[in-house]
Design a protein around this ligand. Structure first.
Ligand code: GAP
Length: 435
């Protein structure tokens, strides 16, 4: 356990040092549980979102995408149940006023000063703000706590504009906001985060079949992108723990360095959402099923994943250390699809004679892949720097390259080096990166 926590500390330090993740507003002392993604972090996060979009939307005939606004009509949250029920039990220390989630505490005493705690009260997790210049009750709007509701309220728009039949999925990625009582473990639980959600509308009666399908498909996605199967598990929710809208739910969990934690929830939401929005908006949200010549309200299966949590799991799973002579080689064994940089071009020396050829190779490669150019310090140190940020390939340009028009490709995990003709470089990289 101590070793795992030590790993987490090292990962946090690497993320900051190498430009994956920074504390928000750090020069002002930081803002609790808000994070900024640095140059490598934003590239990796984008790769994760692209991989999800490719699997869920682009490569399927039965799913379309959408991008809805963060601020929505306040009635949406009445209909969804968030205004009345999206809360956690909050207790407060009577002496130091520190706040805790009552359901996460082992003892009924303050963990900081040991004093007694108040009785629990329900604390709504939605962020409130005002729309327009007047700050009164009529102008209250909420920052969405999930992207899903933007999909439900557009069900009719998508159906009529695409003329699609059931089963039909609508997918969305975007920011969500929750005023969490307790946060922590870097980007695992924060107050502003990104979700990747799919609402997959099906005919009632086929819902459990699709539920099983999506549970398996989502598990496979994480494995395909490199997470070790032994670090993943499925956790079906017991009936008494189900959210108010869910008929059943299974979480995909990852073995984080501190404990198992939820990466994604797959829920069968039945017809709850469409019926609620029909009731509150007065607009019928239904589907005409030609096979039975009748109008039905579809059921929905919802695989709902967190971008930030996935990223933390990919980073934690990829982090490795191995002995390297008297030192330790730190390597992020990221799948090339999500690695922030695919190839680094490294001239053996800074001498002017090598620069033009190395620059030409770099400019050519970066048209196709995220590439970097690094000519500072020894070649060994440069390899280590790329290993630490997960770059799958380094291309070294040396003096012989000027003679034979060939370069050395070095692979991150095996450190194997191969001589390759410059004319073959792109084809070889494309094949090995599989992108
Ligand atoms: N629409 C259903 C829904 O939002 P959820 O289980 O509350 O379900 C889905 O959230 C996913 O969003 C979670 O599995 C997690 O990956 C991510 N998530 C939720 N709250 C989060 C937070 N405070 N910080 C980071 N990620 C969060």
């Amino acid at each position: 356990m101590a070793e795992q926590l030590n790993k987490m500390e090292k990962l946090v330090s690497l993320c900051k040092r190498r430009g994956f993740i920074f504390p928000s507003s750090e020069i002002y002392g930081g803002l609790s549980s808000c994070w900024d993604y640095g140059p490598l972090g934003v590239a990796m996060k984008r790769n994760i979102k692209d991989a999800w979009w490719h699997t869920i939307v682009q490569s399927r005939d039965d799913v379309v995408g959408i991008d809805t606004s963060i601020l929505m009509h306040p009635r949406v949250w009445e209909a969804s149940g968030h205004l009345s029920g999206f809360s956690d039990p909050l207790v407060e220390c009577k002496k130091c006023n520190l706040r805790f989630r009552a359901d996460e505490l082992k003892e009924q005493l303050c963990t900081a000063c040991g004093s007694p705690l108040s009785d629990p009260r329900q604390f709504n997790l939605m962020f409130k703000t005002f729309m327009g210049p007047v700050e009164d009750a009529a102008a209250v709007v909420y920052m969405r706590p999930e992207t899903a509701q933007g999909i439900f309220v557009n069900f009719e728009n998508v159906l009529t504009s695409t003329r699609k039949k059931l089963p039909l999925g609508i997918a969305q990625q975007g920011k969500s906001f929750r005023n969490e009582i307790t946060t922590g473990n870097l980007i695992f639980r924060s107050r502003e985060f990104e979700q990747m959600e799919l609402e997959f509308f099906v005919k009632p009666g086929t819902d459990m079949e699709w539920f099983d399908y999506w549970v398996n498909a989502r598990m496979e996605w994480y494995i395909k992108l490199g997470i070790k199967p032994e670090n993943l598990r499925l956790r079906p929710h017991p009936k008494e723990d189900l959210a108010h809208y869910a008929l059943c739910c299974t979480d995909v969990e990852y073995r984080f360095p501190w404990n198992w934690g939820e990466l994604e929830g797959i829920a069968n939401r039945g017809d709850f959402d469409l019926k609620q929005h029909s009731k509150y908006s007065g607009k019928g949200l239904s589907y005409f099923d030609e096979s039975i010549s009748a109008t039905i309200v579809p059921y929905v299966i919802e695989p709902s994943a967190g971008v930030d949590r996935s990223m933390l799991a990919f980073l934690a799973d990829a982090y490795d250390e191995e002995p390297d002579k008297d030192e330790v080689r730190v390597v992020l064994r990221l799948n090339p699809i999500i690695a922030p940089v695919k190839v680094a071009v490294l001239p053996l020396s800074k001498k002017d004679t090598l620069t033009p050829l190395a620059q030409q190779i770099y400019c050519d490669l970066r048209q196709s892949y995220a590439a970097v150019y690094d000519d500072s310090q020894s070649i060994g140190r440069r390899y280590r720097r790329q290993d630490e940020t997960g770059t799958p390939y380094c291309v070294t340009v040396d003096f012989q390259s000027l003679e034979d028009q060939a370069v050395t490709i070095r692979e991150r995990d095996s450190m194997k080096q191969e001589r390759i003709a410059i004319t073959e470089l792109k084809a070889v990289l494309s094949e090995r990166l599989a992108i």
